[in-house]
Design a protein around this ligand. Structure first.
Ligand SMILES: [Fe+2]
Length: 219
């Protein structure tokens, strides 16, 4: 008796792979791989690439790996630039309405008894994300925005509260609605205001209130 062989067809391709994965020993990992496989198969059905186009995609991914090392992480850049890093952040940081949302991580200061703190720095400017690698080359070719709006990074922790890792953005930045990392949210916009008389060489000031969520008790 010969085993029934199910031939791969356009519509069953992902199912065939998923079934093989499900038979394995690590169901959670297999589930993740199957989800990615399903999305990629769906994209391939939609794009209908030629073999040459598919090889070009694999060559691009190979390049992304080749330029990555301990100091440069092109994969992280790709994830950042396609909104995936921020999506993972969204999924993992479900906070009550009104609290300060997280964005990606970037000096430590202590607040006083009222929770106020202040410090002096230069007024931040926007900057271009690294565009000399395969990710910048591809997205530049597609006219994708590559300039981040001006922002300050904050990491705020307090006992009994969820740590906030976030960025505060300069509302007046001309690229405020084109952040390639998609990290800008209305709650994170702030205004730099001219300091009257520029006392002590301080020309601009910025006030911002961070709202922290109470840490969830382990149930
Ligand atoms: Fe930054």
């Amino acid at each position: 008796m010969s085993a029934a062989i199910q031939a791969l067809q356009e519509q069953n391709s992902a199912d065939l792979v998923a079934r093989r994965l499900a038979a394995g020993a690590e169901p959670e990992l297999a589930g993740m791989v199957a989800a990615i496989v399903r999305s990629v198969h769906q994209a391939v059905r939609e794009i209908r690439p030629t073999a040459q186009q598919w090889r070009a995609l694999l060559a691009f991914l190979t390049d992304v790996g080749h330029v990555s090392d301990e100091r440069r992480q092109e994969w992280v850049l790709l994830s950042d630039m396609l909104g995936i890093t921020q999506l993972v952040e969204e999924i993992n940081a479900r906070r009550p309405k009104g609290t300060t949302p997280n964005t990606s991580r970037g000096l430590f200061y202590r607040a006083d008894d009222n929770g106020d703190f202040g410090y002096r720095t230069v007024r931040p400017a926007g900057y271009k994300v690294p565009d000399d690698g395969p990710v910048g080359e591809l997205l530049g070719r597609l006219g994708y925005p590559l300039r981040r709006p001006a922002h300050l990074h904050f990491l705020i922790s307090a006992p009994g509260f969820e740590t906030v890792t976030t960025q505060v953005y300069d509302r007046s930045d001309p690229y405020i609605d084109k952040d390639p990392l998609l990290g800008v949210k209305p709650e994170l916009l702030a205004d730099f205001r001219r300091t009257p008389n520029e006392r002590a060489g301080v020309a601009w000031s910025l006030d911002f209130t961070f709202v922290m969520a109470r840490a969830r008790r382990p149930s």
